[in-house]
Design a protein around this ligand. Structure first.
Ligand code: FES
Ligand code: FE2
Length: 364
């Protein structure tokens, strides 16, 4: 199918030619799920043989959302008059009619399942290259990195979530009760090493000799007088994902020289914010218990603590979006702590610009 729906005169704040997380693999079954990505309504489902599919959520007959239908042999059956569409979006059955017009089809989107993530490609299917999918192997390793899965729908532009993860000086303010309590000054004055990359930006923050925050203290079972060296390593990979390794070891254990030590606190965190509309997104996250992997209760406790932390973020992000929407043209001021946020934004803008230029060239 051609890629006519992309309008070069109507720029959107996201690239289309990229992989986005559509779901966690366990969410998909034979009950269709309706989800909007990049302003386009999509229906996700598993066929009878278990394979994952994504189709435009609009029947080509009378425009009924296909998620109201059901999975049958051969594909997804529209719930209104029974047309059946296969995983490629082609109509394969019209009840009571022998011939199927060739234009009876809906758009289908490339889908790949990898490391517990269902990825979707919203752009030109000819450009959908599996090798561009981000590798985060911890999600496949429940023995050494057990974890739960989170999904939140947030009323904010997806990049506000990325901004939030690129500037962690918010932590001692928003997250006093979870990951930000303890030593406020030590956290704001963390060292920050930022490296720009073609795909985004990487940084590592170190907070040495600090009081551990409540979440870490609970997880590692540290007493009142324990002091730690704490790190936060983050990488934004455009357009929508952030890979994190966060942890702490008791002072004197040489965390800075070797973070791969037993004990202490350690978590690998997956974040991705798939745009739903310009002012809403799906936030998929998972935080691994990489410090006591055999302790199921520790995994559950970590998951609920991290969930609490993200609820604290959301309250701010949605209010921030409301202010931005009310006055979109007001300028903002950057400060020193925007040092990773700015190249993250620049990477996304480069990607959007490159896509627009490629489309303009193709249209000439
Ligand atoms: S609207 Fe889908 S079959 Fe008629
Ligand atoms: Fe936060």
């Amino acid at each position: 199918m051609s890629f006519k729906h992309l309008q070069i005169d109507a720029p959107k704040p996201w690239p289309h030619n990229a992989w986005y997380q559509a779901a966690w693999i366990h969410e998909l079954n034979d009950t269709p799920i309706a989800r909007m990505f990049l302003d386009e309504p999509v229906v996700l489902f598993r066929g009878k043989a278990g394979e994952a599919y994504a189709l435009e959520d609009r029947c080509c007959h009378r425009a009924t959302p296909l998620h109201l239908g059901e999975v049958v042999d051969g594909g997804l059956q529209c719930g209104y008059h029974g047309l059946v569409f296969d995983g490629a979006g082609k109509c394969v059955e019209i009840p009571g009619q022998d011939t199927i017009p060739p234009q009876a089809q809906v758009r289908s989107y490339p889908v790949v399942e990898q490391q517990e993530i269902v990825w979707i490609w919203m752009g030109d299917p000819a450009l959908a290259d599996d090798r561009l999918i981000i590798d985060f192997p911890y999600l496949d390793d429940h023995e050494n990195h057990p974890h739960g899965h989170g999904l939140l729908e947030i009323d904010c532009n997806h990049m506000l979530l990325v901004d939030n993860l690129m500037d962690l000086t918010h932590i001692p303010y928003i997250h006093k009760k979870t990951i930000g309590g303890g030593d406020q000054k030590g956290q704001v004055n963390a060292t920050m090493d930022v490296t720009k990359k073609d795909t985004g930006v990487h940084y590592i923050r170190w907070m040495e000799n600090i009081v551990p925050p409540p979440t870490y203290r609970k997880a590692a079972d540290w007493g009142d007088n324990v002091m730690v060296d704490r790190w936060q390593e983050f990488e934004y990979v455009a357009p929508a994902s952030v890979l994190q390794w966060t942890g702490a070891l008791e002072c004197g254990r040489g965390a800075k020289q070797n973070r791969f030590q037993e004990g202490g606190f350690s978590a690998r965190v997956w974040h991705t914010a798939t745009p739903r509309t310009e002012t809403s997104c799906f936030y998929f996250w998972a935080a691994t218990n990489s410090f006591l992997p055999k302790d199921k209760a520790a995994t559950e406790k970590l998951h609920s603590e991290v969930a609490k932390t993200f609820d604290e973020d959301i309250a701010f992000l949605e209010q921030q979006q409301a202010c931005l929407s009310a006055n979109p043209d007001r300028a903002s001021v950057d400060i020193k702590h925007d040092v990773a946020r700015k190249p993250a934004r620049a990477t996304l803008e480069r990607m959007i610009r490159a896509e627009a230029e490629a489309l303009a060239t193709a249209a000439e």
